[in-house]
Ligand binder design. Structure first.
Ligand code: MG
Length: 215
C-alpha cells in the first residue's frame, strides 16, 4: 500500500487512452472543515447530559464506531438543508487534499463525493457551488462542470434512500464496490481511519485508498 508521502513524491500520470478514472472524496475533514458552530453532532449517552461534538470529535469518538450505540448520536443539523448548504459554503477548504483532487482531475479523472451525511441533493448543489479545480500550469481556478459526476455521488445517510450496511464504513465500502465496477481506476480519499481500513479491506485491485491530510 502506498503511503501519502510516496504519493506526493510521485506525479500522477495522465490516464491512458480508453482508461477511465474516478476520484471519490469524503467531505467533512477531507474537502473542508465545517465551522463547529454551524454543524454539530449531539451525543446522548444514557444517564448523561447531551454532549456537543464537532465532526472531527465524532469521527474519533470510540462509541461512534459501535453499531449498538448508533441511537446515542443525533445528526439533526445534518438533516436541515439550509444548514447543510451553509456549512459547505462557509467551510474552510483543506488545501492539501484539494491539491490531490486537482492533480487527479488534471490527469483525466472524474470526481464524485461519498459522505456519511444525509441531504444528498443539497450537497450536490452546494459542492458544485463550492468546489474549484486549479490548473496546474497557470493556477487559474474553474468549476468542475461535467467532471463532477452527481449521479455517482452519495450521501449514505440520506433519509430518502437506503444504503445497505451495518455501519457508515460498511455503507461507504459498498458504494466503492459499485463504483469500482464502473471505472477502470478508482481513488478514494477519506480522513476517517475506519473508512480507510474498510475500503482497503475490500482488496479491490483497481481501488486506491488515500488517507486524507488532517490539516
Ligand atoms: Mg470525514
Amino acid at each position: 500500500m502506498k503511503s501519502l508521502v510516496q504519493y506526493i513524491l510521485e506525479r500522477i500520470r495522465p490516464l491512458p487512452n480508453n482508461t477511465t478514472g474516478l476520484i471519490v472524496f469524503d467531505i467533512d475533514d477531507t474537502i473542508l472543515k465545517v465551522d463547529p458552530k454551524l454543524m454539530s453532532v449531539y451525543k446522548n449517552e444514557p444517564g448523561k447530559s447531551e454532549k456537543v461534538l464537532s465532526t472531527e470529535e465524532f469521527a474519533k469518538d470510540p462509541d461512534a464506531a459501535d453499531p449498538n450505540k448508533k441511537s446515542w448520536f443525533d445528526f439533526r443539523d445534518f438533516r436541515d438543508p439550509i444548514k447543510v448548504y451553509q456549512s459547505i459554503m462557509a467551510g474552510t477548504p483543506l488545501i492539501k487534499n484539494l491539491r490531490i483532487m486537482d492533480d487527479y482531475i488534471e490527469a483525466g479523472y472524474d470526481f464524485c463525493f461519498l459522505t456519511a451525511r444525509g441531504c444528498e441533493e443539497t450537497i450536490k448543489t452546494a459542492l458544485d457551488d463550492f468546489l474549484r479545480v486549479r490548473n496546474r500550469n497557470d493556477k487559474s481556478l474553474r468549476k468542475l462542470g461535467d467532471t463532477f459526476k452527481k449521479t455517482l455521488s452519495h450521501a449514505i445517510n440520506d433519509d430518502q434512500k437506503n444504503y445497505p450496511g451495518k455501519s457508515d464504513s460498511e455503507r461507504k465500502a459498498n458504494v466503492l464496490k459499485y463504483l469500482c465496477k464502473k471505472y477502470d481506476k478508482v481513488v478514494f480519499v477519506d480522513d476517517d481511519t475506519k473508512n480507510v481500513t474498510a475500503a482497503r479491506n475490500l482488496r479491490i485491485p483497481n481501488l486506491r485508498v488515500i488517507k486524507a491530510w488532517e490539516e
